[in-house]
Design a protein around this ligand. Structure first.
Ligand SMILES: C[S@@+](CC[C@H](N)C(=O)[O-])C[C@H]1O[C@@H](n2cnc3c(N)ncnc32)[C@H](O)[C@@H]1O
Length: 228
């Protein structure tokens, strides 16, 4: 199935996607450096968050003065850096990954050049469902302003559920990869467990009375949910 869904840094990106990204993406020199380093040297570099999606998320955080962000899936730290740049000096970004090797190897040497931003990032290593459950058990429900979901696809329904619980009223969740290169629109391809899980997450969000939502063709698909 051909598709116009793609991250802008992918050279096969549709020209309309490229045009939208050119009129959306704003990056600091450190973000550009991290993107270059990740694409050149990190394993599975295409996991890197699309810069147009990161700018979109930063705009929400800045517009409503968000202070506390959840970042589910760190990789080399591009999304964590974006949220850390958007929150104020006393803001916090909790970034979760099952293994922070890529963050420590590729992200930290670049991010640590800006200590003011770097110190806002709190890394939490381990299965993210467990880490989010721990925050809930610690009484942090309703205390976060923003969440970005971008880790293992089969856990997306659980991540969405935990993030709704952890967000305050008016908080925003961005769910990345919500179109999976267009595969979720193809019934046959939904038999794949990862595509199926994303399709299920899209259904859950659309039917969820606790949030207002919209599924956008931005990056690899971005499902936006606002907590009522
Ligand atoms: C797509 S990448 C994240 C990209 C990152 N958000 C960015 O903007 O560049 C997905 C990450 O999820 C992590 N991951 C996979 N399974 C996980 C799990 N069960 N719990 C937490 N993280 C997991 C992977 O190690 C990987 O670094």
């Amino acid at each position: 199935m051909s598709s116009v869904v793609a991250k802008s840094y992918n050279s096969r990106a549709d020209p309309v996607v490229a045009y939208c990204s050119e009129h959306t993406t704003v990056q600091t020199p450190l973000q550009v450096e991290l993107q270059k380093e990740t694409l050149a040297n990190a394993p599975h570099s295409m996991m890197l968050g699309a810069p147009e999606v990161l700018t979109f998320g930063q705009n929400f955080i800045k517009a409503f003065g968000g202070k506390r962000a959840l970042d589910v899936g760190t990789f080399t730290g591009a999304s964590a850096l974006a949220w850390a740049l958007a929150v104020p000096e006393d803001g916090e970004v909790f970034t979760f990954d099952i293994d922070h090797t890529n963050y420590n190897k590729f992200g930290v040497p670049i991010l640590s050049k800006d200590q003011k931003t770097f110190k806002k990032i709190k890394t939490v290593e381990g299965p993210a469902v467990d880490s989010l459950n721990k925050l809930i058990a610690d009484g942090q429900s309703g205390t976060f302003d923003f969440a970005f979901i971008d880790a293992d696809k089969t856990s997306y329904p659980a991540y969405y559920e935990k993030c709704v619980t952890l967000l305050r009223k008016g908080g925003v969740i961005l769910v990345d990869n919500s179109l999976r290169g267009g595969k979720v629109a193809d019934e046959k391809q939904r038999e794949d467990p990862q595509n199926g899980a994303i399709h299920a997450t899209n259904d859950i969000i659309y039917k969820d009375d606790r949030t207002y939502s919209a599924l956008l063709n931005l990056g690899d698909g971005t499902h936006v949910a606002f907590k009522k």
